[in-house]
Ligand binder design. Structure first.
Ligand SMILES: Nc1ncnc2c1ncn2[C@@H]1O[C@H](COP(=O)(O)OP(=O)(O)OP(=O)(O)O)[C@@H](O)[C@H]1O
Length: 662
């Protein structure tokens, strides 16, 4: 039995079946393996997902951002015929917008000279540094849409545009005008070439032809809206071209959608008011954006609608007509206010959206307060500062100290005392106003003028407004004495556009009193009174500005500038008033720049007369650009000064007829 026992002893315990052993081993290994890689896989998946998400976010953000900030309409068909330049190319061509290449600076950015290696033609590059400024972008689009379609030798060519990748820096590219602006060449650099009469006369004709093209050859006509010396550019031969179409408008027929018109008429009939819409004026950008049909409610497409309107009694009877002048300034503003802001309801048949759009426009235009008020403050401050420069020892105002030595009687002393006290109590900025006004009134009286024609108003009356003037005069007595003097500015000081050379380096220095806020309404001193007052924008606004420009060109000085002794300072300070006064006195040639060589007196008289006719307060009385070109080129008879300007009407000025034999 030993074998049995051996067997039984030596028999190893039964081995577990391989099939039963293997799985736990394999499972364990796999488990280890998976446990080892799972975090890596998870991490990888997470990273990949994050990466994809980041890419998608960046992509979406960039797309959205671009849509929001970039000039979306750069793709518009209107810009197709305008070349798109690479921004980097332009940056290189201007040496990264180096100050040494800077040609000038305007309200919305700087202009640089650019030399593109592949082109022999140097360029002028205007970069809008107003990222985020709605008006800057708006002007960019407007100019791009409009200027690119103009083709005239008297208009600066817009060659293309560029924008950086983000679309934040917008660039307009023009032909380079070697002698820069008229403002720069005539008033700042005083170029010798411009001291030749012929050059100045040619410039006047070039500008007139450019405006004639805009008003009479374009369909629809284009209203420039900002004619002034810094927007007249001079090439190497001092030939003038009109530039800067940022504020230009297309003059279109009534573009209001029918529904709005019907509603408006209904409202008018209900109110029993006489309300006639004469025209609507839109920017080129607006028309292209809206196709002339739809009503785009975005601020960028805001349509400036102007009305020759009598507002119904229900809306406070205020008449807004082209004749609205300075004295009606506040009324005009009120009217604009009403039409632009409230009329979203009144004129558009309770259309609030329209109202808000206009509201935006109005706010842009007027800033926080009344623009005219601030401009007036500004001018008053300016006058004050000018007077203080040479005050008070002069021939026309006796200073308080100078009176001390004069009298000896006690009566006189008492009187002096009273005056001194009065002087003391007077506000520092105001003491000179009354004295100046008194002195000027005395002078007028001495000249034998009717005392009822107080101040300067006598020379700027159009017959039509005489009746209105009488009414106004009544009101004027209750106004400050400086008001009538400011009225002599005939409204050209009622609004400002923005900071530009005219303000910064011109005759009107920057003052703490007023900032030239962005506005869509042209430039102080050049803007037509009816438009500055919030009224009608028409070709006649350009004609008015052309009138101021011609006076500046002939006189070689700024529209508001103080020279010489105090009394003459004030008579001459306002170029327009001075020109009118000279016309009345039959001394128009006194206005001509004394630095001019080889003056042709007839041509000079012709220019000044045309300018005065352009500066008539009533737009309908102003000449058309067609008339002006014909007169300047001798194709039409020279004009006569209107009766009210003329000392011995009707023909005071012995013009030689320039009319060519046809
Ligand atoms: N095509 C050009 N060639 C040469 N110089 C130019 C050109 N365009 C503009 N300039 C210069 O740049 C200056 C600034 O021009 P810009 O049109 O930006 O502003 P502005 O007309 O002076 O002022 P604002 O913006 O108030 O109208 C001009 O006064 C002119 O001297």
């Amino acid at each position: 039995m030993p074998s049995r026992s051996v067997f039984s002893v030596s028999l190893p315990p039964p081995l577990p079946m391989p099939s039963m052993m293997a799985p736990p081993v394999i499972h364990h290994r796999r488990h280890n393996h998976q446990a080892h890689f799972l975090p890596a896989i998870l991490a990888g998946t997470l990273v990949l997902t994050c990466f994809i998400l980041i890419i998608i976010t960046i992509f979406t953000y960039r797309k959205l951002y671009r849509n929001r900030t970039a000039p979306s309409d750069l793709k518009s068909p209107n810009h197709n015929h305008c070349r798109r330049f690479s921004y980097n190319l332009i940056r290189r061509a201007t040496a990264s917008f180096s100050p040494s290449n800077r040609l000038g600076h305007g309200g919305f950015g700087s202009v640089y000279k650019a030399v593109v290696p592949s082109s022999s033609q140097p360029l002028a590059v205007k970069i809008l540094d107003s990222s985020g400024s709605l008006q800057g972008e708006r002007e960019f689009h407007n100019e791009l849409s409009l200027a690119s379609s103009l083709d005239c030798p008297h208009i600066v060519s817009l060659l293309g545009f560029a924008s950086d990748r983000r679309g934040r820096r917008l660039v307009l590219i023009y032909e380079l005008m070697e002698n820069r602006s008229l403002q720069d060449a005539l008033l700042d650099r005083k170029c010798e070439e411009l001291m030749e009469w012929n050059k100045r006369f040619e410039i006047a004709i070039d500008i007139a032809k450019g405006l004639e093209y805009l008003h009479h050859s374009c369909e629809p006509p284009v209203i420039h809206g900002d004619i002034k010396p810094s927007n007249i550019l001079l090439d190497g031969d001092f030939k003038a071209k009109i530039g800067d179409f940022g504020l230009a408008r297309l003059k279109t027929e009534d573009l209001m959608i029918e529904g709005e018109c019907v509603k408006k008429r209904d409202v008018n009939e209900d109110n029993g008011s006489i309300l006639e819409e004469t025209e609507s004026v839109v920017t080129a950008y607006e028309e292209s954006a809206g196709g002339g049909n739809g009503v785009d409610r975005s601020p960028e497409s805001c349509v400036v609608r102007v009305f020759d309107a009598e507002v119904s009694p229900e809306t406070d009877t205020v008449t807004l007509s082209p004749e609205v002048g300075v004295d009606k300034g506040s009324a005009a503003e009120g009217c604009f206010d009403k039409i632009s802001v409230e009329s979203g309801k009144d004129l558009n048949g309770n259309c609030k959206k329209g109202g808000s759009r206009r509201d935006w426009w109005w706010k842009q235009d007027n800033g926080a307060g009344s623009e005219s008020g601030r401009v007036k403050d500004y001018v008053m401050e300016w006058i004050g500062s000018e007077i203080k420069k040479e005050r008070p020892k002069n021939e026309w105002v006796a200073s308080p100290s100078s009176t001390e030595n004069n009298g000896s009687s006690s009566k006189l002393e008492m009187k002096k005392d009273r005056i001194r006290k009065k002087e003391k109590n007077r506000k520092p900025r105001e003491w000179w106003k009354e004295e100046f006004c008194e002195e000027l009134t005395k002078k007028k009286k001495k000249r034998g003028l009717n005392s009822s024609n107080v101040g300067e108003m006598w020379w700027q009356k159009d017959e039509e407004v005489v009746v209105q003037e009488r009414k106004k005069r009544k009101n004027k007595t209750s106004r400050g004495s400086i008001d009538w003097w400011l009225d002599g500015f005939s409204g050209e000081l009622r609004t400002g556009r923005r900071s530009s050379q005219d303000w910064a380096s011109g005759d009107i220095p920057k003052s703490g009193g007023i900032s030239s806020t962005p506005s869509m309404r042209g430039t102080v001193c050049y803007i037509a009174p009816e438009y500055g007052g919030g009224g009608l924008l028409s070709e006649k606004c350009d004609v008015y500005s052309f009138g101021v420009l011609i006076l500046v060109l002939i006189s070689g000085r700024r529209p508001l500038q103080v020279t010489a002794s105090p009394m003459s300072e004030f008579e001459r300070a306002n170029l327009i008033s001075w020109a009118r006064q000279l016309a009345y006195n039959g001394k128009l040639l006194d206005l001509v720049d004394p630095s001019i060589h080889s003056l042709d007196k007839d041509q000079a008289l012709l220019c000044i007369t045309i300018a005065l006719l352009c500066l008539q307060r009533s737009p309908s009385k102003r000449l058309t650009m067609k008339d002006i070109v014909e007169m300047l080129t001798g194709e039409a008879e020279p004009p006569h000064l209107p009766f009210e300007f003329s000392p011995s009407p009707p023909s005071n000025f012995p013009f030689k007829s320039q009319k060519k034999a046809r």
